[in-house]
Ligand binder design. Structure first.
Ligand SMILES: C[S@@+](CC[C@H](N)C(=O)[O-])C[C@H]1O[C@@H](n2cnc3c(N)ncnc32)[C@H](O)[C@@H]1O
Length: 233
């Protein structure tokens, strides 16, 4: 994706929803934490967490992502690094490590065992691992088929199995995202609503209410597009 496209997307409806996702993640984090976002992409989460007063940094193995992140958010601390090779990062350096939309890549395309060994080493003993990933429920799978979007999937069951195998204990599992992502189109999909402030505000509100409601009655696994796991060692 070109910088203009990511800039346009983040300044459009998706920017509002992306921020809402960042807020959901940030709610799990104690004040003034040292945070590493693995697979930080365009850096919007690192930027958001830095704005909230955390010491946040991000790594990504794709050079284009880091170049765009640095242009979009010149003050954020992001660097080109593969999570399989983080020897330069000191041990027990982070209160929180985040995988936002990155777990499905790590488990299918990388040496995830090595990545989790690294996470265990660089996380403080009382630190948290936060996983936010697409919930491959029926609507998501159907929509991807419709637009011929091919991406690896990491179901909640798979995430639980990986965490168990890697000696993490799950503190909480919740679901979020009812209509914001499909209507905004994310970074690459079709935007189905106009980019008008009042519409965006309404969308964010409705998305929040619906997500809470659906999650609250236990139907998140069937209808919500993202899962959020907080785990510790
Ligand atoms: C779907 S994108 C998500 C980007 C960002 N976290 C977000 O939510 O917008 C997944 C990102 O993970 C990165 N990634 C995948 N495997 C990685 C690894 N082993 N080390 C570092 N980054 C990785 C990819 O380059 C990509 O930018």
């Amino acid at each position: 994706m070109k910088i203009n496209d990511s800039y346009k997307r983040l300044n459009s409806v998706w920017g509002w929803i992306d921020r809402q996702h960042n807020e959901q993640i940030a709610r799990q984090i104690p004040p003034h934490s040292q945070i590493l976002d693995i697979g930080c992409g365009y850096g919007s989460l690192v930027n958001y967490l830095s704005e909230q007063g955390h010491e946040a940094e991000g790594i990504d193995l794709e050079e284009d992502m880091i170049i765009i992140a640095k242009r979009l958010f010149p003050h954020v601390n992001v660097k080109l690094m593969n999570a399989e090779e983080v020897d330069s990062i000191p041990s027990s350096g982070f209160d929180v490590i985040i995988l936002r939309d990155a777990l499905h890549h790590l488990v299918w395309e990388h040496e995830s065992k090595r990545v989790f060994e690294n996470i265990r080493r660089i996380l403080k003993p009382d630190g948290k691992l936060i996983i936010w990933d697409p919930n491959p429920m029926w609507i998501l799978r159907f929509s991807r088929k419709l637009v011929n979007h091919i991406d690896p999937q990491a179901s909640v069951e798979m995430a639980k199995a990986v965490l168990d195998q890697e000696h993490f204990h799950i503190e909480s599992l919740t679901f979020f995202e009812a209509i914001g992502l499909p209507l905004s189109g994310g970074y690459v999909g079709l935007q189905l609503v106009p980019n008008v402030k009042v519409v965006n505000m309404f969308l964010v509100k409705v998305n929040n209410v619906l997500s809470k409601l659906i999650n609250g009655i236990g139907l998140g696994p069937l209808f919500l597009w993202r899962y959020l796991i907080v785990a510790h060692l």
